[in-house]
Design a protein around this ligand. Structure first.
Ligand SMILES: O=C(O)[C@H](O)[C@@H](O)[C@H](O)[C@H](O)COP(=O)(O)O
Length: 255
């Protein structure tokens, strides 16, 4: 696991633009050495702004989207098309503009609450674990979290230090032997969610945590100051090769 790198941008607008450019360049780099590329996106304000910035970037045509698979690190357990679903927001921000370039079969949303056979976040989590397992390169090695080697797995961070839908002190933090977990009683609405586990997150080549705004600076300070995963889940989001914390100045604690 590489060291955590903290990179600060002047404000939230520049941050979203810079992360979009970084993502597009990363995809170009990956595509020069292997295919397909796997990317995990997230919900929340900054997460969706990044996707909109990707859609608006002239660099987007540098990527061969037919060789990119798109996944979600967490989802709000709501009906299909609900405006609060991370998938719905991502479709509007990025997937609709990319229609024609990104094949529908490369997009892997978590199943919504009204999908056939899905009665609970656990059902949706289990279905997603199966979908992820189908895209692992190697044979089943018996480990629970079978996921593709994500080239980039992106997360926003809440003011309480949560990443994906892994909240401080919540039992889902300890989910093991699986790539996904159903979440109940989340403090951020809606209370029912589906999330990657830490095992799945830590299998990624690169993990990027993106946070903007003064409301995030106390959590960043606590995390940099040595808080535990239980207190500040963001500290558990670590990539195999690289962990980037991409912040704006307001989210960055004073030195
Ligand atoms: O479903 C969600 O809400 C998320 O995936 C969540 O983990 C989000 O990324 C953070 O809460 C940051 O959200 P903001 O950028 O809106 O603060």
């Amino acid at each position: 696991m590489g060291p955590r790198e903290v990179i600060v941008h002047p404000d939230a607008v520049v941050l979203a633009q810079a992360v979009a450019a970084r993502l597009l360049t990363r995809l170009v780099d990956v595509q020069s050495v292997r295919r397909p590329a796997h990317v995990g996106v997230t919900g929340g304000t900054v997460g969706i702004e990044i996707l909109a910035a990707v859609a608006a970037s002239p660099l987007r045509d540098a990527v061969d989207w037919s060789g990119v698979h798109l996944w979600w690190g967490d989802e709000r357990f709501l009906p299909d098309g609900d405006p609060e679903r991370n998938e719905t927001q991502a479709r509007r921000a990025l997937l609709d503009p990319l229609a024609g370039a990104l094949p529908a079969g490369n997009v892997h949303p978590m199943l919504p609450s009204d999908a056939p056979g899905i009665a609970s976040p656990e059902d949706s989590a289990a279905a997603y674990a199966r979908e992820l397992a189908a895209f692992t390169g190697g044979p089943d090695d018996g480990s629970g979290a079978r996921v593709p080697a994500f080239d980039v797995l992106m997360f926003g961070m809440g003011p309480d230090g949560h990443v994906a839908s892994l909240f401080p002190g919540h039992p889902a933090l300890g989910a093991a032997g699986t790539s996904t977990v159903g979440v109940h009683g989340a403090p951020k609405p809606p209370p029912e969610r589906v999330s990657f586990t830490f095992e799945a997150i830590r299998a990624a080549r690169e993990v990027w945590v993106v946070a903007a705004g003064a409301a995030k600076s106390a959590a960043i300070a606590a995390a940099l100051g040595g808080a535990s995963v239980e207190q500040m889940p963001v500290v558990g989001a670590v990539g195999q090769e690289r962990t980037l914390w991409l912040l704006d100045a307001a989210a960055t604690p004073a030195a």
